[in-house]
Write a protein that binds this ligand. Structure first.
Ligand code: TXA
Ligand code: MG
Length: 321
C-alpha cells in the first residue's frame, strides 16, 4: 500500500524540500520525474541512489523558461532555439553544450547537457518559483516502466522520495523525444512525445539513431528497458499465442480484444485507433498486466507513424531481454 501522506499538491512543501537537497517526484506531460536541485551534487547523487541508476547515465535538466537555454548552455544552435520556441513547454529534450555551472555528475562527465521545459502547470509553477533548475530522470527504479501517475511513483519508490507532487495522470504518457546536433546535423537519440515528422516540419530531414545497448553517443539509451517482470514478447499476436499456448498470457493489443481470452488480461491501447490515446495508455497497461502474476505478456506493434514509432520503440525495448 502506498503511503498517501507522501502524496499531495503542496508547492511550498515541494519547494522547501528541493531547497534543502531533498527529492520530489514531479508531474510532467510525459511521465513523472524524480527531481532534485540540478546545481547540487548532493541532491543529484541522491537521485542516482534512489533509482539505483548507474552513474554513467546522465540526467535531463528541467527549466521553467525558454530563455534559460542560454543560462545553462553555450553557443546555442539557431535550430535548437527554433525547436525550443516551437515545442517548449513540451516533450522535447535538447542536447546542448553545457556551461560549467552544471555539475559533472548531472551529465555523467559529458560536455553536453540535456535541457527540457516540461508542459505541466504544477511543475512549471514550481520551476519558476526557484532559482535553480531540476535534474529529473523518470521516477522509476532503473530499467523498469516509467510512472504515469503519482500512485505508480509511491508504489515503486515509496520512502526513497521525500514528497510526490500529484498532478494527475500524464497527458502524453511516453518520455520526451531527445534531439542533438552532432557535427552540426540534427539527430534524434530517443523517439518520444514529439514525433520525428513534427521535427522535420521545422528542420527538414532528421537522422534517427536506432536504439542500442552499446552506443557511446547515447549513454543510457539502453536496449533493454521499460521491462515488466513477466517475460515479454512482441510480434503477431496469433503466432505468439500459438507459440506460448498453455501459458498464462496477458495481451497488449492496439484496437481490439481477442475472443476467448479473459478481458482483464487484455489491454486495448485505443479502440478508435488513436495513437495519442494509445501512447497515454501504454505504460499503465503494462503495469496493470504485470500485477496479474502472468507467465508471459504478448504484444503487437502499432502502426509505425507519428507517435506509433515511439510506442513501438518502447515495446521493442520491453521485449529485449
Ligand atoms: O520525458 C522525459 O524526458 C522524462 C521526464 C521526467 O522529463 N525524463 C526522462 O528521463 O525520461 P530519463 O533519465 O529516464 O531518460 C533521459 C535520457 C537517458 O537515456 C539519458 O541517457 C539521456 O536522456 N541523457 C540525459 N542527459 C544526456 C546527455 N548529456 N547526453 C546524452 N544523453 C543524455
Ligand atoms: Mg527513464
Amino acid at each position: 500500500m502506498a503511503n498517501t501522506s507522501l502524496i499531495g499538491t503542496d508547492l511550498g512543501k515541494a519547494r522547501s524540500i528541493l531547497e534543502s537537497d531533498g527529492l520530489v517526484a514531479i508531474p510532467t506531460e510525459t511521465v513523472y520525474g524524480l527531481a532534485g536541485n540540478a546545481l547540487s551534487e548532493k541532491a543529484v547523487s541522491r537521485i542516482f541512489a534512489a533509482k539505483n541508476r548507474p552513474s554513467f547515465d546522465p540526467l535531463i535538466v528541467h527549466v521553467g523558461e525558454v530563455s534559460e537555454m542560454d543560462r545553462w548552455a553555450l553557443k546555442v544552435d539557431e535550430r535548437a532555439r527554433q525547436l525550443a520556441e516551437t515545442f517548449w513547454p513540451g516533450p522535447l529534450t535538447l542536447l546542448l553544450l553545457r556551461k560549467a555551472l552544471i555539475p559533472d555528475i548531472v551529465t555523467a562527465g559529458s560536455p553536453l547537457v540535456a535541457l527540457r521545459m516540461p508542459d505541466h502547470p504544477l511543475s512549471l509553477e514550481l520551476l519558476r518559483s526557484m532559482d535553480f533548475p531540476l535534474a529529473a530522470p523518470s521516477a522509476n527504479p532503473f530499467g523498469y516502466i516509467s510512472p504515469t501517475t503519482a500512485g505508480h511513483v509511491a508504489d515503486q519508490l515509496g520512502e526513497k522520495v521525500d514528497y510526490i507532487l500529484d498532478g494527475g495522470p500524464c497527458r502524453v504518457g511516453l518520455e520526451s523525444t531527445i534531439i542533438g546536433f552532432p557535427e552540426g546535423r540534427p539527430r534524434v537519440y530517443r523517439k518520444g512525445g514529439i514525433p520525428v515528422e513534427k521535427l522535420e516540419e521545422v528542420l527538414g530531414e532528421v537522422q534517427v539513431t536506432a536504439h542500442s545497448s552499446s552506443n557511446p553517443e547515447a549513454p543510457g539509451m539502453l536496449k533493454s528497458h521499460y521491462a515488466p517482470a513477466a517475460a515479454f514478447f512482441l510480434g503477431d499476436i496469433q503466432a505468439l499465442l500459438k507459440e506460448h499456448s498453455g501459458k498464462k498470457a496477458g495481451l497488449i493489443r492496439f484496437r481490439k480484444e481477442i475472443p476467448g481470452i479473459p478481458e482483464d488480461r487484455q489491454i486495448v491501447l485505443s479502440a478508435t485507433g488513436d495513437l495519442t490515446e494509445a501512447a497515454r495508455n501504454l505504460f499503465a497497461g503494462m503495469r496493470r498486466l504485470d500485477t496479474l502474476g502472468l507467465d508471459v505478456i504478448l504484444a503487437e506493434p502499432v502502426p509505425e507513424d507519428g507517435l506509433g514509432r515511439a510506442i513501438n520503440d518502447r515495446l521493442r525495448r520491453a521485449a529485449a531481454r
